[in-house]
Design a protein around this ligand. Sequence first.
Ligand code: 0O2
Length: 221
Amino acid sequence: PDLEELSRIRHEFEGLMLRYKFGIDEMMTKLNILKEEFSYRDDYSPIEHVSSRLKSPESILAKAVRKGLEPTVEQIAEHIHDVAGIRVTCSFISDAYRIFDMLTTQADVTVLRVRDYIAQPKKNGYQSLHVLIEVPVFLSQQVHRVKVEVQIRTIAMDFWASLEHKIYYKYDGDVPDSLLGELRDAAATASRLDVTMERLHDDVKALDAGTERYIDPLAVG
Ligand code: 0O2
């Protein structure tokens, strides 16, 4: 391609990335609203932490090659689903599903795909609830429906996944068997911790329910 063609491709790609950034902005607003509402309403929020990332052009191209795609804007938009990524960490498994329900029932959110690796962990032990959604972004001339991958997981799942991710990249995907075994054990330990913490949390809630009557401040007036 000549210089003019290259500059057109570059401009088109920048436009695509900008739309994904706007998709992230929309989703971050939704999650921050929920988080602030929770901290106003209760002294406990089911959302511990929210982070976002826009996949780098290098990772997009690497994934496109892996999937055997042409590196065009159309192919990327259609087949790479995690250019815009949001990660929500929660304290408890039930909170992960609560946040999932709150997001996916919002009127402007369309659910394209759900992968529940909490109910069905991956073979390596990975747990997380993935939902691919589409959210409208209102531009001056048109409305774009932007795909955003939301990963919802507990703190324990997140702790495991970040270390596993580092190890995976360190060994370039070829992790020694002994380490894989230890990672699977660690995933089982994290999962047991999640179950125990959830039970303790339920016990405390049951105790609280016996002593307090809850009044919803946002429902008053
Ligand atoms: P990074 O560096 O986090 O961006 P798809 O092409 O969407 O049909 P894909 O991409 O395998 O298939 O989708 P899936 O299963 O929803 O996983 C996408 C993302 O989930 C990954 O993105 C990771 O962030 C996370 N993930 C999935 N499996 C694992 C795992 O075994 N360990 C860890 N640590 N994370 C996992 P990327 O692009 O692979 O990586």
